[in-house]
Write a protein that binds this ligand. Structure first.
Ligand code: AMP
Length: 453
């Protein structure tokens, strides 16, 4: 039998509030999180927006929040954006319809004095973006001494946007004895590192996608020796424009996404766009629009940036690298095969990534059919800076890991047979782009636009 809110032992006030909203059954993340949050342990929840995660952490927190006239807040909720501050405050207000509870939202880009005056009235819950709440604390407008619960929502987005430092600053001025609750839609290396460094043996609750992929997504995988052979294989697929009509290419890191984009740009300049969090908001919006509308056939994206996006009719998801966290693979392939349409997912793995592939297969309880590399795809012997043995890299400490540095294998090979030097053009292209100081601007985008005029 499906659980109802009554089964959660909600107070009459909370129960009435959810009933007023017309909610009958708690969502899976709400059901799973309730008692864990109440236990007082650190909690890591893996859930996307839309799963009811705000109520999932707020229902148990409010259940245990006692009425108070104390000035200083007891609960701090950190979120990455102003929009989310407003949304979370609104959700809390709905839930607290029959409870006397004070909630305040604070975010940057608006008058800090208005926010100071609001806080001075006293508050129980503060919902905030990290930068502004830190400023308020430093200026003594806000006192954290009573904070018992810290919630960090959408932590993957927060870290991807570069807020790690701000989070650490806030941790430093919070009471040590507190409960940490974190929600993230995807697991990333950064999220994992934050949990390891700051959480005390957290309980993990997850509605991270069941491991069962949709029937209408067919999957394949390729063992590929290195980055540039992956580029060659991808090039090989993308040349078939009739089959590969709308292709979402996932790269785990911004630097891989950049390097890949630059490598493909040579062959598919008019057809490719890119999205990751170092790109400006305008650049990202344009990339999304161009891909969605079919003006660009190929979108290269990082996991965090692409996860909230819902594109119609993606023909292929290419996993250019094998995600470390198996849930991310489920997120990625779910971008295709939507709305009853057939979709295809292709996974590339180097020898180093095979362990991650096994983890994915275990999660799905399904062995992804392996396909041999097509003969016409050249095996590149060129290695990226990241792929070269460490001692080899010593001489090039000052270079970015993006910059391709020809290793001994490259010279030998090019002397022996310069005609099969399939990576040389990428090398030139990359050298051209990265020799100059790297900027965060829209260089590539501008270049594209110029070309298109
Ligand atoms: P969230 O994942 O927190 O962004 O929530 C997504 C939406 O689902 C919000 O509009 C909530 O008000 C709504 N919601 C939350 N819990 C439930 C529930 N148990 N049943 C139906 N809708 C819900």
């Amino acid at each position: 039998m499906q659980t109802t809110f009554k089964d959660l032992n909600l107070s009459a006030q909370l129960l009435n509030a959810v009933e007023d909203l017309g909610f009958v059954h708690p969502t899976p993340i709400q059901e799973q999180t309730f008692s864990v949050v109440r236990s007082g342990k650190d909690v890591v929840g893996i859930a996307q927006t839309g799963t009811g995660k705000t109520f999932a952490y707020m229902m148990p927190l409010i259940t245990d929040l006692k009425y108070s006239t104390e000035k200083h807040p007891k609960i701090l909720v950190l979120v990455p954006t102003r929009e989310l501050v407003l949304q979370v405050v609104e959700e809390i207000e709905k839930l607290a319809k029959y409870i006397t509870l004070r909630v305040e939202g604070v975010y940057g880009g608006t008058n800090i004095n208005t926010q100071k005056r609001a806080i001075a009235q006293g508050t129980d819950i503060i919902v905030a973006t990290p930068g502004r709440v830190y400023d308020l604390a430093l200026s003594k407008a806000l006192n954290f001494k009573n904070i018992q619960k810290l919630v960090i929502d959408e932590v993957d987005v927060m870290l991807d946007l570069g807020f790690r430092f701000q989070l650490l600053n806030i941790f430093d001025i919070l009471p040590v004895r507190r409960q940490n609750i974190m929600f993230s839609a995807t697991m990333t290396e950064d999220v994992d590192a934050l949990i390891t460094d700051f959480f005390k043996s957290p309980e993990k609750v997850s509605v991270a996608l069941s491991g069962t992929p949709l029937d209408n997504i067919s999957q394949q995988c390729y063992d590929v020796p290195n980055f540039f052979t992956k580029v060659n294989l991808l090039n090989h697929f993308l040349r078939d424009k009739e089959t590969y009509t709308k292709v979402l290419v996932f790269a785990g890191f911004k630097r891989t996404a950049d390097l890949l984009f630059n490598s493909l740009d040579e062959s598919f300049a008019e057809e490719i766009c890119l999205i990751h969090s170092n790109k400006t908001q305008n650049y990202r919006i344009r990339s999304i629009r161009q891909f969605d509308e079919g003006k660009n056939r190929i979108l290269v994206a990082t996991d965090v940036m692409a996860r909230g996006l819902d594109f119609d009719g993606v023909s292929h998801v290419i996993n250019f690298d094998t995600p470390n966290f198996p849930e991310n693979y489920m997120h990625r392939i779910g971008r295709t095969g939507r709305a009853e349409k057939e979709g295809q997912s292709i996974l590339f793995s180097t020898a180093k990534e095979l362990e991650d592939k096994t983890a994915i297969e275990e999660l799905m309880n399904y062995e992804i059919p392996k396909v041999a590399l097509p003969e016409e795809v050249e095996i590149s012997e060129i290695l990226t800076e990241d792929e070269r043995p460490r001692e080899d890299r010593e001489g090039s400490k000052n270079r970015t890991s993006l910059e391709y540095v020809p290793g001994p294998a490259f010279h030998e090979k090019s002397e022996k047979n310069s005609q099969t030097n399939q990576g040389g053009s990428y090398r030139r292209e990359i050298a051209k782009k990265y020799k100059k100081p790297k900027t965060r601007g829209d260089k590539n985008y501008n270049k594209h636009n110029k070309k298109k005029k």
